[in-house]
Ligand binder design. Structure first.
Ligand code: ZN
Length: 375
């Protein structure tokens, strides 16, 4: 993908392209913005533009997408472009200091093998081990002339100011629903599904594309919205069953992914180090649950919108949502959203799955302390 093909990121694309055209490429960039808006894709596209061997005569600053360098970068095999990422599939894993030393600190001393630049993509940079982040500082303070380090993050507040101040910041935005819908149509997604996904994506193009490729995610979201719709009718003692219901939806995604992996013969994920050892089932659930929990947020967001006469993300639930409007305070909906996001974060940080889901269910059923229905 070329920089200009990024969906809804014209400002970021123009900034990066101008840097190449004016020969003012910085040694360190911070690609920051919400999850799923194309930061990683942009980092790869920028790496292609930096090391492209061909170029386009009518399109200066753009990568050709076809030369040896562009092809190797697209495949993740370019000898001078290194992706430094947590080594396991677990969302909770961090990039250890040994990996930062070997793949970055020592490696920058070696000149590029074939390209003009040596490019290091730290993605996500905020998952670098706490001590390792300071070893990166050494590289950012005195980088060899051929080095470009790109820190990719949706949580730049977690990076120390000493790192942030040494990077050129490139902001990525949520894309407009129209742009996402148009892009999904070019990928061959059905027009009704494209329109619905574009609205639900909340501007995150990567999410929309991923879900378009996994129809079971959409059906799981529908099941979760049905669950949310009945939460107010449930009694507080049903919390354990609600927690189990949420888990069941995540299991549906786990099974669907296994079926796809079996068909495409995907290799098993490598084992984690002992301190983050989970059973395979636990690890698979942990990978899918954040998606599930995220699918519940639009419900409570729509409850707020319905009570204020706003536009709904889930118009298919309009009559239920408008019917509920005013039946409970908007602060309960806000607390529900906070509780869901908190649970999602806890799971990504290796908290006990069952306990996290159960305490979330209690929060949702009691509206943050006040029982809203009795057995
Ligand atoms: Zn090229």
């Amino acid at each position: 993908m070329r920089l200009d093909d990024l969906i809804g990121q014209t400002t970021a694309a123009a900034l990066l392209r101008n840097a190449i055209l004016r020969d003012r490429v910085a040694h360190a960039y911070l690609f920051h913005g919400p999850d799923g808006v194309g930061k990683s894709t942009a980092a790869s596209a920028f790496a292609q533009s930096l090391n492209c061997e061909g170029g386009r005569p009518n399109d200066p600053g753009a990568a050709c997408g076809e030369c040896r360098s562009c092809t190797l970068i697209a495949k993740g095999n370019h000898p001078d472009v290194r992706l430094i990422a947590p080594s396991t599939g677990s969302d909770a894993a961090v990039i250890p200091i040994e990996q930062i030393r070997k793949d970055l600190v020592y490696d920058v001393e070696l000149r590029p093998v074939v390209g003009r630049h040596k490019i290091y993509l730290l993605d996500p940079a905020d998952r670098t081990a706490p001590l390792a982040i300071h070893t990166i500082l050494k590289v950012l303070e005195e980088p060899p002339p051929y080095v470009v380090v790109i820190l990719v993050t949706s949580r730049s507040a977690l990076l120390p100011p000493t790192i942030l101040s040494r990077c050129q910041h490139v902001a990525f935005q949520l894309a407009g629903a129209d742009a996402i819908e148009q892009h999904l149509l070019t990928l061959g997604v059905d027009p009704p599904a494209a329109a619905s996904l574009a609205r639900l994506s909340g501007g995150r193009i990567a999410w929309a594309i991923r879900v378009a490729q996994r129809p079971e995610v959409l059906s799981t979201r529908k099941a979760l919205l049905d669950l949310c719709a009945t939460v107010q009718l449930r009694a507080a003692p049903e919390a354990l069953r609600l927690a189990e219901d949420i888990k069941m939806q995540a299991l549906t995604l786990v099974r669907a992914r296994r079926d796809v992996d079996a068909e495409t013969d995907v290799e098993e994920a490598p084992e984690e180090p002992a301190h983050v050892a989970f059973s395979a089932g636990d690890r698979a659930l942990r990978a899918e649950l954040p998606e599930c929990l995220e699918g519940m947020v639009p419900w409570y967001r729509d409850c707020l919108a319905a009570s204020q006469g706003g536009t709904l993300l889930n118009p298919d639930y309009e009559s239920v949502l408008r019917g509920k409007a005013g039946s409970r305070g908007s602060s309960q909906d806000v607390r529900a959203i906070e509780a869901i996001l908190h649970a999602r974060q806890a799971i990504q940080r290796n908290a006990n799955l069952d306990l996290t889901l159960e305490s979330l269910a209690v929060e949702l059923l009691t509206g943050g302390g006040q029982p809203i229905s009795q057995p």
